[in-house]
Design a protein around this ligand. Structure first.
Ligand code: ZN
Ligand code: ZN
Length: 456
């Protein structure tokens, strides 16, 4: 049977929860980051300003051992971008380059459009149907509370351009991975493959994808012009920013609270991932305000460049292999500021009941226990393959993908009370993990995927 939570710890959890729900400091932190820094895409002056902001803020909060860990990040500049349907019915298109895309030749790229509904359909098309064309990948994302459609359609953006290029396409446009109906496009990283031509790739705003689809449906040949001024430069230096609350008894044991400091170049990164940055910092501030620090160390890690290649996530475990074995729990907030509704763990079978008992303190906030399949967030992927126990506190992502990776990721999309409910939820789990008698058992380690081993 699971250990029961001793009364003193239980009282502290309730205290932290109620205090978290009341506090509006987390909203103030997002306001500060989005106002004083704004867009902070990897390698830009905004990125450097964000690192300085994080160091300053961690020091102001009172975190200890505040430091930056240098991380090399790729440098890519979007430049001018435009597109239009030339025939059969000329119309301008709202679009944006996918992160990492090559630019078009001067004056743009013109071609006939061939539409496919999915990567599977692209794979089935004969090479001669694709050769020399601009491929339009028109796969819809579906609105869902758990945001799972992003996981299912993500491959369209990441691999669609390379797969179309392998069949001879000269350019790619995709339906934005998004659920909104506004006329702005959703960016996000794409990846080219070695020995396959690198072709220009852009995302169409949702209404523009509808429009292109309807022109294709006329059965008349559709011609498209795409102009992207994107350019790549040499890698530059950025940094992951770390601050700690040293544990009072076993400081070598670490509870990691993560978020990513960078954003895309378009919005001010309020929901992705200013909210996560604010949640982790505010939880740390609340724990620091307690009469004494918890038994174990709480470490806040604001990862460099999640968006454009997981640079900080890849760098973090390097040179700290033995320390990773002392990570007793890791969590990352990176699915927006919606209210937490689902709690799940990733631990060994024997500890599942242990993890589950915490639901008593989360349930009054509308959180339900899910299962033992926590993923941990993008920056925790390497740690997942090193056997670090994890918890996911999944926010309601119903509206997250309306604004995700667009110009419209701004502060007004953050509800202060919903953000505070995240703080309360994270505070309960983080403090429990840092203070309780035992630790969760380490989950079985799976073989890491190819992209992690190859370092690409
Ligand atoms: Zn993110
Ligand atoms: Zn993102």
């Amino acid at each position: 049977t699971a250990e029961s939570i001793p009364p003193e710890l239980a009282a502290r959890l309730v205290e932290l929860r109620d205090q978290g729900l009341e506090s509006r400091n987390s909203f103030e932190l997002v306001r500060s980051l989005t106002t004083e820094v704004g867009p902070r895409f990897a390698g830009t002056p905004g990125d450097r300003a964000a690192v300085a902001w994080a160091v300053r803020t961690m020091n102001e909060i009172g975190l200890r051992n505040v430091r930056t860990e240098p991380v090399q990040v790729p440098r890519w500049v979007r430049g001018h971008e435009s597109g239009e349907i030339l025939a059969p019915y000329p119309q301008p298109m709202f679009l944006t380059a996918l992160g990492g895309s090559v630019g078009t030749p001067e004056g743009g790229l013109e071609g006939e459009v061939v539409m496919v509904g999915s990567l599977e359909e692209l794979a089935e098309r004969a090479g001669e149907e694709i050769e020399g064309k601009i491929v339009f990948i028109n796969q819809r994302m579906v609105r869902h509370q758990d945001g799972s459609s992003y996981g299912q359609t993500g491959l369209v953006r990441r691999s669609g351009p390379a797969r179309a290029a392998a069949k001879g396409a000269v350019g790619v446009v995709i339906r934005s991975l998004g659920t909104g109906t506004h006329r702005f496009a959703h960016t996000g990283a794409t990846r080219y493959e070695e020995e396959i031509p690198e072709i220009p790739a852009a995302a169409l705003a949702i209404p523009d994808a509808d429009l292109l689809e309807m022109q294709v449906a006329t059965g008349k040949p559709v011609r498209f012009r795409l102009e992207l001024g994107a350019q790549r430069f040499d890698d530059v230096e950025s940094a992951t920013v770390i601050g700690e609350i040293p544990g009072r008894e076993t400081p070598e044991e670490i509870v990691l609270l993560g978020a990513h400091l960078d954003s895309w170049d378009k919005g001010t990164g309020a929901i992705d991932d200013g909210s996560g940055v604010a949640i982790t910092l505010e939880v740390a501030r609340m724990i620091l305000a307690l009469p004494e620090p918890p038994r174990r160390t709480v470490r806040v890690v604001l990862f460099a460049n999640e968006e454009f290649g997981l640079s900080g996530a890849r760098a973090y475990p390097q040179g700290r292999e033995s320390e990773i074995e002392q990570h007793v729990l890791a969590m990352e907030a990176d699915l927006g500021p919606g209210r937490v509704w689902r709690y799940r763990a990733r631990t060994d079978e024997a500890s599942v009941e242990d993890a589950k008992q915490l639901i008593r303190y989360l349930a009054p906030m509308g959180v339900t226990w899910s299962d033992n399949t926590a993923g941990g967030g993008p920056d925790l992927i390497p740690l997942r393959y090193m056997g670090v126990p994890m918890v996911d506190l999944r926010p309601d992502a119903t509206y997250y993908f309306d604004y995700h990776h667009t110009d419209d990721d701004t502060l007004d999309k953050v509800d202060p009370a919903d953000l505070a409910q995240n703080v309360a939820s994270y505070a309960v789990v983080a403090y429990w993990a840092a203070e309780r008698e035992g630790t969760l058992g380490r989950p079985p380690v799976e073989e890491p995927p190819e992209w992690m081993r190859s370092g690409r």
